[in-house]
Design a protein around this ligand. Structure first.
Ligand SMILES: [Zn+2]
Ligand SMILES: [Zn+2]
Length: 299
């Protein structure tokens, strides 16, 4: 809750007139507790994990000819029924596990020092913090993901996420509840190391969700925002991880490609890329998919 009784009081406290965004923030948050503001991440995650995959599904249904050339594994079609079934599983985990955890995790946000008051952070502060959060999330999730491929952990936990060898948007959070919780930790790690404003935190949660869905769309569209981020892993990069499945020791990183490169866990992927390019060049293969290249020895 804002410590100011009026907008004038807020302007005197920060020593300048409020910007239009700060006025909006003041009007919206003046009578809301910090706990309620934090809990905005629940409808935010729900809406994004529903609407973003739905957007990709609708594109697939409405413009099949357009999307066909961008499908990473064109021979695999996930039915509407499987999409719906997957969504129900994801929502069950969301409401039974994620929501209760989020509802009780507010003290950690308070402890970290996420602020809700005015002034709002500058765009430079928001962008630099978001970059730090993405780097921390990527590095931490890289190692967690590698650990999830140890035999026992894979068989008992991570296997659920690998059910779809050709993923689609709804499969992003299709995972064992333990995995959902463990992979959620790095999302709080960045804000814990570099605490910012609640607005930055909510923006971070939203971008993280969108980024994660983009990895699982199964389409390598040229217009996704990840295409404009240097060293970015994308749908095609993560799709390969699902394609190889349980034995996959490749493409663990969720956001950037440098961890896999440095630690040598993208050798199979890079070998495949070179091989496919060669096959496309000499005409022995007509598309860039893995599915028709199952005779290829990747690793
Ligand atoms: Zn995996
Ligand atoms: Zn995945």
């Amino acid at each position: 809750m804002l410590p100011y009784a009026s907008m004038q009081e807020a302007e005197i406290a920060i020593g300048r007139p409020l910007t239009s965004i700060e006025t909006l923030w003041f009007n919206y948050t003046a009578d809301k507790s910090d706990y309620i503001l934090y809990c905005h991440n629940i409808p935010l995650i729900f809406l994004l994990s529903t609407l973003v995959p739905l957007f990709y599904l609708l594109i697939e249904l409405m413009f099949p000819c357009y999307v066909a050339s961008y499908k990473v594994q064109p021979k695999i079609k996930v039915s509407l029924y499987d999409n719906f079934k997957c969504y129900l599983v994801v929502m069950r985990t969301f409401f039974l596990i994620v929501v209760p955890v989020l509802l009780v995790s507010y003290p950690s946000i308070k402890m970290i020092g996420i602020r809700t008051s005015l002034p709002l952070p500058s765009s430079m502060e928001i962008i630099s913090q978001l970059i730090i959060y993405f780097v921390i999330e990527d590095y931490t999730n890289y190692w967690i993901h590698r650990a999830f491929h140890f035999k026992w952990v894979y068989e008992n936990i991570h296997k659920v996420h690998h059910e779809f060898t050709a993923p689609m948007g709804f499969a992003t959070q299709h995972a064992h509840w333990v995995e959902i919780l463990v992979f959620g930790i790095p999302s709080f790690l960045g804000p814990a190391i570099v605490p910012g404003h609640m607005l930055t935190f909510l923006l971070w949660i939203a971008l993280r969700e969108i980024e994660s869905v983009e990895n699982h769309t199964g389409y390598d569209f040229p217009w996704t925002f990840k295409k404009y981020i240097p060293l970015s892993a994308g749908a095609e990069y993560h799709d390969y991880h699902h394609y190889v499945g349980g034995q996959s020791q490749s493409n663990f990183a969720p956001i950037f490609t440098y961890c896999d490169y440095i630690y040598g866990t993208d050798k199979g992927y890079r070998y495949r890329k070179r091989l496919l390019q060669k096959q496309l060049k000499d005409g022995s293969k007509s598309d860039g998919s893995y599915a028709s290249g199952q005779d290829i020895k990747w690793e």
